[in-house]
Write a protein that binds this ligand. Sequence first.
Ligand SMILES: CC(C)(COP(=O)(O)OP(=O)(O)OC[C@H]1O[C@@H](n2cnc3c(N)ncnc32)[C@H](O)[C@@H]1OP(=O)(O)O)[C@@H](O)C(=O)NCCC(=O)NCCS
Length: 173
Amino acid sequence: MISFTDSLKELTDLLLTSMPIPPPFLTVGIVDVQMGPGVQWIAPCNLYGCSIGEDCFIGPFVEIQRGAVIGKRCRIQSHSFICEKVTILDDCFIGHGVMFTNDLFQAGGPSGNPANWKPTLVGNRVSIGSNSTLLPVTIADGTVIGAGSVVTKDITEPGFYAGNPARKLRSLG
Ligand SMILES: CC(C)(COP(=O)(O)OP(=O)(O)OC[C@H]1O[C@@H](n2cnc3c(N)ncnc32)[C@H](O)[C@@H]1OP(=O)(O)O)[C@@H](O)C(=O)NCCC(=O)NCCS
């Protein structure tokens, strides 16, 4: 009698031989990262060509792209995406699932030309709530951004901001 395991193997073999050869793929990893001492990260995360300052924490499923710069003692929580042209200064908290952007689709869709991408600068001691999205902006030191916000404009005055588009709720202190 054929066992369940044998049938499963037969089926898997059949599927594998009848499937087209998959395209080349890359795996997640830590490649060409300039890392300060004391950095901790939880695998899997995809960090390449970026710079991460001392004593940062990088949670799982984070991607940090080429050229992005993270300052010292920052905490980047799981599932966040930090793209090219983003700079985050020291002592920042980037919540879970925070998405940065650099391409505004100004010509009607994604631009393959990095010269068209715009930078983001996050100041020192900035906290960004979970699931927020940032268009390319500058954010003042000490700013707090509420969960689920969409930041569409520069924040020049520190304070509490939230919503889509993010608006000031109140000043700090
Ligand atoms: C933005 C935040 C800091 C504001 O806290 P707060 O100053 O105590 O604000 P309040 O709870 O008193 O709310 C003030 C007003 O802002 C609104 N508000 C608060 N947070 C909001 C948010 N994230 N998005 C939209 N509106 C928000 C409230 O509904 C309230 O509106 P109302 O005056 O019309 O009732 C907080 O709500 C927040 O989002 N923190 C981030 C949490 C997070 O992501 N943590 C990550 C680690 S777990």
